[in-house]
Design a protein around this ligand. Sequence first.
Ligand SMILES: NC(=O)C1=CN([C@@H]2O[C@H](COP(=O)(O)OP(=O)(O)OC[C@H]3O[C@@H](n4cnc5c(N)ncnc54)[C@H](O)[C@@H]3O)[C@@H](O)[C@H]2O)C=CC1
Ligand SMILES: CC(=O)[C@H](N)C(=O)O
Length: 374
Amino acid sequence: MPLIRSVSKAARHLLLKPPCGCEPLFHAVRNISDIPRQVTSSDVTYHSVSFSETDHPKVLITGGLGQLGVGLATLLRKKFGKKNVILSDIRMPPNNVYHSGPFIYADILDYKNLREIVVNNRITWLVHYSALLSAVGEANVTLARDVNITGLHNILDICAEHRVRLFVPSTIGAFGPTSPRNPTPDLCIQRPRTIYGVSKVHAELMGEYYHHKYGLDFRCLRYPGIISADSQPGGGTTDYAVQIFHDAVKTGKFVCNLKADTRLPMMFIDDCLRATLEVMEAPAETLSMRTYNINAMSFTPEDLVQEVQKHLPDLHIIYDVDPIRQAIADSWPMNFDDSNARKDWGWKHEYELPELIQTMLNFIGANSRLTHAN
Ligand SMILES: NC(=O)C1=CN([C@@H]2O[C@H](COP(=O)(O)OP(=O)(O)OC[C@H]3O[C@@H](n4cnc5c(N)ncnc54)[C@H](O)[C@@H]3O)[C@@H](O)[C@H]2O)C=CC1
Ligand SMILES: CC(=O)[C@H](N)C(=O)O
């Protein structure tokens, strides 16, 4: 009898052991609904943190110097304190970002360095933003595969080992031409035709697998195209919807690389970042799924131009279609069904197209007047 008991204990140990060779996650499995996991008796042996130090999550953002990371750091720092949110990337931070809070070099392909950062800073939440987006991914498939897939594996193992709550964004690009496109529900056929989309479906599935197998607290939102005023997009198919505002204000002319009637789901950055914080804070029992669509609006370049021309009537548009981006856009959802996010954790967007346009033009206009004055 004792022999059988110890064999089955060993088998259970193996079953729950993550592939990184780290300690088994009995605690994580048992405590799956805890939010966020802070101090338990097992921590005390190697962490010895005091409760007052752990009132807030300690957040690491990877790929934080892209279009979304700095804005998210600003939002999280307001809520959790400056020193509790660390931005990281492999690029040189601009002065204002460097002086706005902790920044650290972190290459997600360097497993050991990443693990050291998580341990040394006692990270409890990780927002994994590093990625190559759809258009740049197609231009460099090998690098996209490394960063988006191998890098994700490093992140998953480290988060599972150290019981870190993990957010990985997915995208409308995780769907393909055989998915229902208008609207696209959370659960349907996903056969994307880009390395970006394939890597994001992989991320969704791996995250959910680690959740079920090891108790990893994995949370994922499929973002639409994100529109921001004070940060530049990193090489995606939806980038036109940001660039048009800059060109409209600066030159009065815009060359659009998608056809006039290409409909895609879109969202203003403030809504996107708020959704990210909200899903990270949502009690585990409210999440009936671990990967949710979120949406705000859906428009074509033609719709956007008409709305911008209400403010800048002289705006001149030329359509010069990029066949690679067009093929990608034609395979993506036109409209996103995000009813599960709205039902489960109360997702609600604030910006519709008119407010988005007003906000973008105000910001870019003010910035451009300032530059001229200087
Ligand atoms: N911006 C958008 O419209 C959308 C973004 N998303 C997702 O949100 C996340 C953030 O997006 P963005 O900020 O727009 O991306 P971005 O392309 O602007 O920034 C990505 C960052 O990853 C960094 N990076 C590249 N290789 C790295 C490595 N080896 N180690 C560490 N960092 C590395 C880059 O230096 C860059 O700063 C991405 O995962 C993206 O797929 C999803 C849907 C829409
Ligand atoms: C929608 C996205 O994921 C991104 N903006 C892209 O166009 O690649």
